[in-house]
Design a protein around this ligand. Structure first.
Ligand SMILES: CC(C)(COP(=O)(O)OP(=O)(O)OC[C@H]1O[C@@H](n2cnc3c(N)ncnc32)[C@H](O)[C@@H]1OP(=O)(O)O)[C@@H](O)C(=O)NCCC(=O)NCCS
Length: 287
């Protein structure tokens, strides 16, 4: 069968209802606010694929500092799958990033997505597990050295985060921490920032992450302070496989694995970051 002609156009706010419908079909956790966020992060780097003039799929990109780019929200309408749309969307997004001096491209692949990305040259970095649970009532508040995350802290948090994530992502952290400030926390000691946690509303559950800390003890203090603010609510968090302490900690509070992703990269993995400090990622579509 001759593959259909796939064309691309820039994603605009008018495409959000279509994109959100594709997201709902996939049962992902993003909200309308998240879609507006992708347009804010990379206004020219979000795309709609069309087949014979009909909107068929989406992809978003984010350029972080130091030449690291991210691809996310790769969704193709179920009626138009296995026609090469996903592959061409990826090629289009990769081309966009490579033309803008982004030698390292990353993504967190679903098992379906991985089938498309491997032939394009993406390699595995590590597995990421999505944990699902309910924030427990934790009793005594471990408020010691944990504070609300205010905009005054942003520059220091971004400096702390960059070696853990692998690149500076100040503008993404700034956007995320403004969405639900009451669920965002910073841990500090005499030496400065020792960890932070950002959580935001999702479509089905609170999305916890980024959740980054110097060591497991700080991570747990942040987690308990978050639980005290979100007690009784459903929470999703994506824990990198290499961070065994993160997995143990979240399992200790009754969370179980809902599904898995594979963190993959294309090009040279110049800035792998330190997944030992990343207890929860910022979400599959932005790392
Ligand atoms: C993953 C997804 C984007 C793929 O889109 P698509 O347009 O069907 O992808 P393509 O047609 O380009 O597929 C290219 C190749 O990948 C492989 N592939 C794609 N989907 C597959 C599946 N479900 N099972 C096995 N192989 C698959 C096949 O080798 C396919 O080639 P073929 O059809 O000639 O055998 C689409 O299935 C989707 O939207 N899934 C739900 C959301 C999701 O998981 N997105 C990925 C996020 S990381």
């Amino acid at each position: 069968m001759t593959p259909p002609k796939v064309t691309f156009r820039p994603f605009t706010p008018a495409d959000i209802p279509f994109a959100h419908e594709l997201k709902n079909i996939a049962r992902w956790n993003q909200t309308l606010t998240d879609w507006h966020g992708y347009l804010e992060f990379e206004p020219d780097g979000c795309f709609v694929a069309e087949v014979n003039g009909r909107a068929a799929g989406t992809a978003t990109t984010i350029r972080y500092a130091s030449g690291v780019g991210w691809i996310g929200m790769v969704l193709v309408h179920p009626e138009l799958r296995r026609l090469g749309v996903g592959t061409q969307l990826l090629r289009h997004a990769i081309g966009y990033l490579q033309r803008r001096e982004t030698p390292c491209i990353k993504l967190d692949a679903t098992p379906m997505g991985k089938q498309v990305y491997v032939p394009l040259g993406f390699l595995d970095e590590y597995e990421v597990s999505r944990f699902d649970g309910v924030a427990p009532m934790t009793g005594t508040l471990p408020s010691e050295a944990v504070f609300p995350f205010t905009t005054d802290e942003l520059a220091n948090v971004a400096d702390f985060d960059a070696p853990a994530f692998g690149a500076d992502r100040t503008r993404v952290l700034a956007s995320l921490m403004r969405r639900k400030p009451g669920l965002c926390l910073v841990a500090r000691d005499h030496a400065g920032i020792s960890g932070y946690l950002i959580a935001r509303e999702g479509h089905q559950a609170i999305q916890l992450g980024p959740w980054t800390a110097r060591d497991p003890a700080v991570a747990e203090r942040l987690l308990l302070a978050f639980f005290s603010r979100a007690a009784g609510q459903r929470v999703l968090v994506d824990v990198p496989g290499p961070n065994r302490a993160g997995r143990e900690q979240i399992e200790k509070y009754g969370f179980t694995v809902q599904r898995g992703f594979t963190r993959m990269f294309l090009g040279e993995n110049l800035l792998p970051g330190n997944p030992g400090m990343v207890f929860g990622t910022g979400g599959a579509e932005k790392g």
